[in-house]
Design a protein. Structure first.
Length: 468
């Protein structure tokens, strides 16, 4: 048997519905913030990531999937989305549009050759945004608020936003010098990677996973002490806008992020729910004012972030959030004879064309087994075809919730389904605001007893009016 590769996943069934729900929610949030979707290739020239993400980053030195194509070109599967979006921005001269800044978002697979563990995959799906063409601290706060609002809207409560500033070039140069002076006397006791980093890119020492818990690392100089006046003021403005947007955050000088393109604002959003595991950064990002120029474009500032959808789904599960996914269909068309089957073929098509979610029998089951299949599919209505009824231009329809059965005129079927759909819904229409799905024959799922005060603070009318 051929099995999937390590660190990759098949997502199907209810899980796939949850992913689609979250992706649609992301689309609608991005639409509200007026971000446009961008789709860039999954593979790009290796040079893009070497120059964009950074030669000395863990991603480029250890984690990329590199290969030569049949034309002997050096190709890399994208490990992240920013470099490709910036390449596209430059190549398509989007900076020439009068409509600036360009606010873009993407949602796609990325590839990193990492040691797989919970929340760390080799094929990962990232949703991300990139804003190009504005250096206003207000947009830094907008990008953070967009991320936070997505987490809020899916229902996550246990998250923490950590922000920091890496300052401008002058601040980072001073900080780099301070790091070299500080680490030099200790470097022989540190890992081999750190020894190389000291020469090439001392800031990356702070990403080291091997020496992370040593005193040397913990007592290292903090960037916040090296920010010049302009960088400090800029960072204060970002915080002012976050306060205005009512976003809770913590300033954490330890947030440096493992990619080379960042300057000024950097941030990460952590999952705080118990049992999440060590890969608890749900999403992260920052400003990259030098990247467009570095990739041969004009001097244009940018900021963005990305979140791993796998980690987001894990946080949803750990916080016990029930996503409102629809696991039902409107109608299941049942038949036995060949003539009934022919009729089913066209009826199913007609119902679907009219917007109903409909299925039928494809495996030769008998009528009894078809009833079971309709239950498995949570069908609201059963449409039971019968040659005798069809001769009379009628059709037998059973409401699977109320168990009422009726013979309905063929011409009237669509109206009948539409009019009666309400009574077969499982959702609570009591207006109690519990957000749960309420089984109207039973007590409300929110925990209240029918007729009692709902624990959610509202009043539940699970049965018909007057019976509360
Ligand atoms: P990153 O911090 O490398 O940033 O990744 C962003 C998010 O992608 C992480 O917080 C995590 O949720 C998810 N992620 C990363 N690696 C994995 C993995 N191996 N398995 C599962 N999830 C993972 C970037 O990628 C930047 N491009 C973000 C950005 C956009 N900065 C500015 N614009």
């Amino acid at each position: 048997m051929i099995t999937k590769q390590k660190g990759c996943y098949d997502i199907y069934g209810t899980e796939a519905k949850k992913w689609n729900y979250v992706s649609r929610l992301i689309d609608s949030v991005c639409e509200n913030y007026n971000y446009s979707f961008i789709r860039t290739p999954i593979f790009e020239s290796s040079e893009l990531f070497h120059r964009g993400v950074g030669e000395t980053t863990d991603i480029v030195t250890k984690e990329t999937y590199d290969f030569k194509d049949r034309g002997d070109r050096d190709i890399t599967l994208r490990p992240e989305g920013t470099a490709g979006v910036v390449r596209s921005y430059i190549e398509n001269k989007m900076y020439g549009d009068p409509d600036q800044p360009k606010k873009l978002y993407y949602n796609g697979t990325m590839y990193r050759y990492e040691r797989p563990q919970s929340g760390r995959d080799r094929e990962l799906t990232q949703f991300g945004v990139e804003v190009l063409g504005s250096d206003d601290p207000m947009i830094d706060a907008e990008v953070i608020s967009l991320a936070v609002n997505i987490y809020r809207l899916v229902g996550l409560k246990q998250i923490k936003v950590n922000i920091n500033s890496l300052g401008d070039t002058e601040s980072r140069d001073n900080y780099r010098k301070a790091l070299v002076d500080y680490f030099k006397p200790h470097i022989k006791d540190m890992c081999e990677d750190c020894q190389v980093r000291l020469e090439k890119n001392p800031l990356r020492i702070l990403d080291c996973k091997v020496d992370a818990d040593t005193d040397v690392m913990k007592n290292a100089p903090k960037i916040t002490d090296y920010l010049n006046k302009e960088s400090k003021e800029r960072f204060e403005k970002v915080q002012k806008y976050l306060d205005l947007l009512d976003i809770e955050y913590v300033v954490d000088p330890g947030v440096v992020r493992g990619l080379d393109y960042y300057d000024h604002t950097v941030f990460e959003i952590e999952a705080k729910v118990e049992g999440f595991g060590s890969q608890n950064v749900l999403g992260a990002g920052g400003r990259y004012n030098g990247l467009v120029k570095q990739l041969d474009g004009p001097e244009i500032p940018g900021i963005g972030f990305a979140m791993g959808l796998g980690r987001l789904m894990l946080a949803i599960e750990k916080e016990g959030i029930e996503l409102p996914i629809d696991e039902s269909i409107d109608a299941y068309v049942m038949y036995v004879s060949d003539t009934e089957k022919d009729y089913a073929t066209t009826l199913v098509q007609e119902l679907r064309m009219n917007g109903f979610k409909v299925d039928t029998e494809y495996t030769g089951r008998g009528l009894k087994a078809q009833f079971k299949q309709a239950d498995r599919l949570n069908s609201k209505f059963l449409i039971i075809l019968n040659d005798e009824d069809l001769k009379d231009n009628r059709i037998q329809v059973k409401n699977n919730k109320t168990k009422e059965e009726e013979k309905v005129e063929l011409d009237y079927l669509m109206y009948y389904l539409e009019e009666n759909m309400e009574s077969s819904y499982d959702e609570c229409d009591c207006g109690c605001g519990c957000g749960d799905h309420c089984d109207c024959d039973d007590d409300c799922d929110c925990g209240c007893q029918d007729g009692e005060e709902c624990k959610c603070g509202g009043h539940c009318h699970c049965h018909e009016e007057g019976e509360e």
